[in-house]
Write a protein that binds this ligand. Structure first.
Ligand SMILES: [Zn+2]
Length: 143
C-alpha cells in the first residue's frame, strides 16, 4: 500500500519529528539540570536513548520519560516503515485510518485498538487503586 516515494516522505517526517523531540529534550535538560550535568547531556546527545534513560533515572525527570515514550513510538513506526507494515495496526492487522496517521504519524494501533488499550489501562489503574487482584494473575502455585 505504501509507495517508495510515500515511504521516503513518511520516513523524513518521522525523523524530523524525532529530531524535534530530541531538541526539545535537550533544551529542557539544560534548563532543568544546568551546567552541572553538561557532560551527561552531551552523552545523551551522542549515545541516544540509553543515555537518556540513565539520566532520567538519575535525575528523576518525568518529562524526559514522557518524551522517551514518544521517541520509542517514533522508532517503532520507523521500524514498521522498514518492514512494510507501516499503517497496519499492531493488534488487529487492519489498516489504520489515514486521518489518524496524519494526526499521529507514529500511531501503531487503529482507533478501536487504541481505545481498547486505554480502557484496559484504565481498568488496571482502578485495580491498583483499589488493590483488586484479578484471579487470573494470582497464579496456580500461590496458596
Ligand atoms: Zn486495530
Amino acid at each position: 500500500m505504501t509507495s517508495k516515494k510515500k515511504k521516503e516522505a513518511l520516513k523524513k517526517m518521522l525523523l524530523e519529528k524525532k529530531l524535534e523531540i530530541w531538541n526539545e529534550v535537550k533544551h529542557k535538560l539544560f534548563q532543568q539540570l544546568g551546567s552541572e550535568y553538561k557532560s551527561e547531556i552531551d552523552a545523551v546527545l551522542d549515545e541516544g536513548d540509553k543515555a537518556l534513560s540513565d539520566l532520567a533515572a538519575e535525575t528523576g525527570l518525568t518529562l524526559v520519560d514522557l518524551r522517551k515514550d514518544m521517541l520509542e513510538k517514533i522508532d517503532h513506526a520507523l521500524a514498521k516503515l522498514e518492514e512494510g507494515t507501516y499503517g497496519i495496526c499492531d493488534d488487529c492487522g487492519n489498516e489504520i485510518n489515514e486521518q489518524r496517521l496524519k494526526a499521529v504519524p507514529f500511531a501503531v494501533y487503529c482507533v478501536e485498538c487504541k481505545q481498547k488499550r486505554e480502557d484496559l489501562e484504565h481498568i488496571e489503574r482502578e485495580r491498583e487503586r483499589f488493590g483488586i487482584t484479578p484471579p487470573s494473575e494470582m497464579g496456580e502455585e500461590s496458596l
